[in-house]
Design a protein around this ligand. Structure first.
Ligand code: FES
Length: 112
């Protein structure tokens, strides 16, 4: 089982925000939805945009390059059931956010 990897201080990603981090060999989009952290694959499947630097509205993260939108809780693309980002386990311990970069769901490369 993959180890937990610290990626941020909890204060670096406040409610309503998302940030981009590297964990192992993965880019992670970390989002804070009302005080609950979610972590998904941060590499947009469209053309590789940095999802973590996109805008977060509720649980929906919008890619800053061309606007593809993903639910950060499920990794699902908002308008195509065939596109789903990997979702990673995330936890907060002593003010540090940690992820496991073994996907718990997701992965696709289909066109939206
Ligand atoms: S690279 Fe993300 S929408 Fe195009």
């Amino acid at each position: 089982m993959a180890d937990w990897i610290p990626i941020a201080r909890a204060t670096e990603c406040l409610p309503g925000q998302s940030i981009e981090r590297v964990a192992g060999d993965r880019i992670v989009a970390l989002a804070n939805v009302g005080g609950t952290f979610h972590a998904i694959d941060g590499l947009c499947p469209h053309q590789g945009g940095p999802l973590g630097t996109g805008g977060l509205c509720g649980a929906v993260l919008t890619c800053p390059w061309h606007g593809w939108q993903f639910d950060v809780a499920t990794g699902r693309h908002q308008s195509s059931a065939n596109v789903r980002q990997d979702v990673f386990e995330v936890r907060e311990r002593d003010g540090t956010v940690e992820v496991r970069v073994t996907a718990i769901s997701g992965s696709s490369t289909a066109e939206a």
